[in-house]
Design a protein around this ligand. Structure first.
Ligand SMILES: *[C@@H]1O[C@H](CO)[C@@H](O)[C@H](O)[C@H]1NC(C)=O
Ligand SMILES: *[C@@H]1O[C@H](CO)[C@@H](O)[C@H](O)[C@H]1NC(C)=O
Ligand SMILES: *[C@@H]1O[C@H](CO)[C@@H](O)[C@H](O)[C@H]1NC(C)=O
Ligand SMILES: *[C@@H]1O[C@H](CO)[C@@H](O)[C@H](O)[C@H]1NC(C)=O
Ligand SMILES: *[C@@H]1O[C@H](CO)[C@@H](O)[C@H](O)[C@H]1NC(C)=O
Ligand SMILES: *[C@@H]1O[C@H](CO)[C@@H](O)[C@H](O)[C@H]1NC(C)=O
Ligand SMILES: *[C@@H]1O[C@H](CO)[C@@H](O)[C@H](O)[C@H]1NC(C)=O
Ligand SMILES: *[C@@H]1O[C@H](CO)[C@@H](O)[C@H](O)[C@H]1NC(C)=O
Ligand SMILES: *[C@@H]1O[C@H](CO)[C@@H](O)[C@H](O)[C@H]1NC(C)=O
Ligand SMILES: [Ca+2]
Ligand SMILES: [Ca+2]
Ligand SMILES: [Ca+2]
Length: 394
């Protein structure tokens, strides 16, 4: 029986025009005959011819033992020209698997094995034999799937963000849940990262696919927002491809924006000092008795976060000794002399150490000095000119 089945299917695979002829007069019709077709075979494809037939063929179609009238409509019979008493069983409609999957959705297990194997229908065919004895033929029709559709991406164009501080292995985007194959049955898609055609935007070197094959795109190299920023943009494109089990490949791109993290410190805003400005000379002149705001030169003290996060900066005095006589406004950085200098240990020039710190819990900071000179204590001659000369190091 197995051998017979094999021969018939080989014949049919070689060419449908050579479909087997079945004799309506034969009493022994055999059991399972196998007919292999594909889901794209055209209307009119002959599945078999029946000779010695007195009338049209009758058939019923079923799936897994349950009869489906709907499926019977996919077949038709007609007389074969030039051959007496011969009827052909043909396709009346294309046995498109996407359609069948939709229409026969109650048969959740339509695809018995892999998608590649397609689905199987059972067709029981009866002819009207000249001998008067009715004979029934049971065919197993294997409808093989054809890869008709390219993988599709739902919801593109895609965007994602990743913080520069993200650890290697962080999931950036899951392309797997946004990719599908419209071919009927379960298709396994294989994902790959490909270079992006505009090389300046190519993010392929920063990412890798998770080994689980489910399309998770992971960070593979550490990021630096500041170096991205220096190129004038903070995003890159990740080109990803999906290949279906029939070898069709589609590609899509994800715009991955790198966001800033607090990894940079604080610097000073000071004329002529290049970013990042970590050292600058601030000076002020006062006298022992004066109490009030000091005029700091050459510019008011101002520090900034080097991250684009632009955290606010808090200014404080570092030394407790300085705090007896001086104070600094936490937000404006205005320096105040709060009491006269009496019984102090200062000389004529007081380096007042100031800390400018980001207002976060563990904010970065920078320390710098404002040099305050006490006019009465300056070396002789205490002329205005010499004070200026002193202050500017002439
Ligand atoms: C009918 O078909 C069978 C099987 O192919 C063949 O053996 C037989 O000779 C055919 N009969 C006629 C009358 O053509
Ligand atoms: C066939 O039908 C039986 C009984 O209804 C069911 O248990 C089985 O899962 C079905 N098989 C397929 C492949 O649909
Ligand atoms: C698809 O993937 C599943 C799970 O990884 C696997 O079991 C199955 O064999 C695969 N099917 C094909 C056709 O590769
Ligand atoms: C993405 O990669 C595919 C496969 O290498 C390529 O054909 C396509 O041109 C690439 N797309 C872009 C936008 O770079
Ligand atoms: C990528 O996304 C960023 C952030 O949304 C956007 O500013 C940029 O214009 C996008 N780039 C392109 C080429 O669409
Ligand atoms: C101290 O400085 C203040 C303001 O600069 C000025 O008004 C005051 O006269 C000065 N006093 C002495 C003793 O120089
Ligand atoms: C930071 O924020 C302040 C106000 O909070 C603003 O004046 C300043 O221009 C900002 N700096 C940058 C570099 O954005
Ligand atoms: C400064 O020191 C002198 C001598 O020790 C003392 O008499 C005076 O009270 C001190 N003044 C202040 C303001 O502490
Ligand atoms: C401030 O000046 C003192 C004394 O000259 C010096 O020891 C200290 O290092 C200076 N601080 C900074 C932050 O430059
Ligand atoms: Ca199809
Ligand atoms: Ca496909
Ligand atoms: Ca940063």
């Amino acid at each position: 029986m197995k051998a017979k089945r094999y021969i018939v299917s080989v014949l049919l695979v070689l060419g449908h025009c050579n479909a087997s002829t079945f004799d309506c007069n034969s009493i022994d019709t055999g059991e399972d005959w196998t007919i292999d077709i594909t889901e794209t075979d055209p209307v009119g494809t002959v599945l078999g011819t029946f000779n010695n037939s007195l009338g049209d063929l009758l058939w019923t179609a079923s799936v897994n033992g349950s009869s489906k009238n709907y499926l019977s409509l996919f077949f038709e019979s007609s007389t074969v020209e030039g051959a007496d008493h011969t009827h052909a069983l043909k396709l009346a409609k294309i046995l498109d698997l996407e359609l069948l999957q939709l229409e026969l959705d109650s048969s959740a297990q339509l695809f018995e094995e892999s998608r590649d194997n397609g689905i199987s229908l059972d067709l029981s065919v009866m002819c009207a034999p000249e001998s008067g004895l009715s004979s029934e033929w049971i065919f197993k029709i294997n409808v093989r799937s054809v890869n008709e559709f390219y993988p599709q991406f739902m919801g593109s164009p895609f965007k994602a963000t990743v913080a520069e501080s993200s650890e290697i292995g962080t999931e950036i985007f899951n392309i797997g849940v946004r990719a599908a194959d419209l071919d009927a049955g379960q298709t396994n898609l294989t994902f790959a990262i490909a270079p992006y055609m505009i090389t300046q935007f190519d993010g392929s070197g920063y990412v890798a696919l998770d080994k689980d094959g489910k399309g998770n795109i992971l960070l593979a190299r550490s990021l630096d927002f500041e170096s991205f920023l220096s190129t004038g943009r903070t995003y890159m494109f990740v080109n990803v491809t999906a290949t279906d089990d029939g070898g069709f490949t589609s590609a899509t791109s994800i715009n991955v924006t790198v966001t800033d993290s607090n990894d940079q410190g604080v610097h000073l805003v000071y004329p002529g000092c290049e970013r990042p400005c970590l050292q600058a000379d601030f000076t002020a002149l006062t006298n022992e008795t004066f109490v009030g705001p000091l005029d700091v030169r050459p510019v008011a003290v101002h520090a900034e976060d080097l991250d684009t996060l632009n955290e606010s900066i808090i200014y404080t005095l570092v030394s407790d000794i300085d705090k007896e006589f001086f104070d600094i406004d936490e937000t404006t950085a205005m320096l105040y002399k709060i009491s006269p200098l009496i019984n102090d240990s200062y000389g004529f020039s007081i380096p007042i150490e100031v800390r400018a710190q980001e207002a976060t819990d563990e904010g970065h900071f920078i320390d710098f000095n404002i040099t305050v000179s006490i006019s009465e204590r300056l070396p002789r001659p205490r002329t205005y000119i010499s004070v200026i000369a002193y202050l500017y190091g002439v």
